[in-house]
Unconditional design. Structure first.
Length: 276
């Protein structure tokens, strides 16, 4: 009896995987057998990296470490191994390799790059706002670490850009949860989420909607002063926003006239009692 098509495909996949593993192991044995000067070995690894043969590059960088463990080249090879894993989209391996470099050479000249590689490897694993944002939080901490440790490095600017993107992602998650609470008539819980956006992510693209949702939520609870404050803040900071137009219409339908001529304050100052 012939095997079914799914079974046949599975057997083929296993055979291909075994062949690849055997080929990789054979190549590793061949590389390990040849002792070469460290610079020659490192440069060959670099050429393989340039040609995007990341697997061979990783094997060669590992050989640099194995054959010349106490050399400057071995230290460089550690961080280049992390980079090769990153380019190969093996982000967990990239993070592990970079962390190994940091643990062994915390003051090394490549330390800034190692920290940056950790951050961008985590960044590449961020998922959409409909799912758990644990990796996004880790990425934020790692990007902040790069900026705190190496504020003048060549990686700082990109870290700042990515941090803005991460904050926008986290604000988006807060908004999604807040909207769900609002639809579920859990208004106080929704208010807490929207206030978090205004307080912690006020420079993101979500702050306008967060203020509008606060107007909605406060009005539904009969909290007119708080609704008025949120609407006025929205109008002063985003006078041409569609969210402000909706908030204005909502407030006037409740008989409340808005005054946006007060001296400008931050969103947080305007929403916290006693803010100056």
């Amino acid at each position: 009896m012939k095997p079914s098509k799914p079974l046949a495909l599975a057997l083929i996949a296993v055979a291909v995987s075994l062949t690849a593993c055997q080929s990789r192991e054979k190549r590793q044995r061949e590389l390990a057998y040849v002792e070469r000067p460290v610079e020659q070995l490192y440069n060959q690894a670099g050429r393989e990296l340039d040609s995007r043969d990341f697997e061979t590059a990783i094997l060669l960088f590992n050989e640099v470490e194995r054959q010349h463990p106490y050399s400057e080249w071995a230290r460089k090879a550690m961080v280049m191994t992390a980079y090769a894993h990153y380019e190969r989209h093996n982000y967990d391996e990239a993070i592990s390799a970079a962390q190994r470099y940091i643990s062994l050479h915390p003051g090394g000249s490549e330390a800034a790059y190692a920290y940056y590689l950790i951050a961008i490897s985590q960044f590449e694993q961020i998922v959409d706002v409909g799912r758990d944002q644990g990796m996004t939080e880790q990425t934020k901490a790692s990007l902040q670490d790069v900026l705190r440790r190496f504020p003048n490095s060549e990686y700082a600017r990109d870290a700042e850009v990515k941090l803005d993107m991460v904050n926008d992602q986290l604000a988006g998650k807060e908004m999604e949860v807040g909207r769900w609470y609002l639809r579920s008539n859990q208004t106080l819980a929704a208010i807490n989420r929207f206030r978090t956006v205004v307080q912690d992510y006020d420079t993101t693209s979500h702050s306008e909607e967060a203020l509008y949702r606060l107007v909605e939520a406060y009005l539904s609870l009969g909290m007119r002063p708080q609704a008025t404050e949120a609407a006025a803040t929205l109008g002063y900071n985003y006078p041409d926003s569609d969210w402000y137009k909706m908030a204005y219409n909502l407030m006037t339908s409740e008989g409340v006239m808005l005054d946006t001529s007060a001296p400008k304050r931050t969103l947080l100052q305007r929403l916290i009692p006693g803010g100056k």
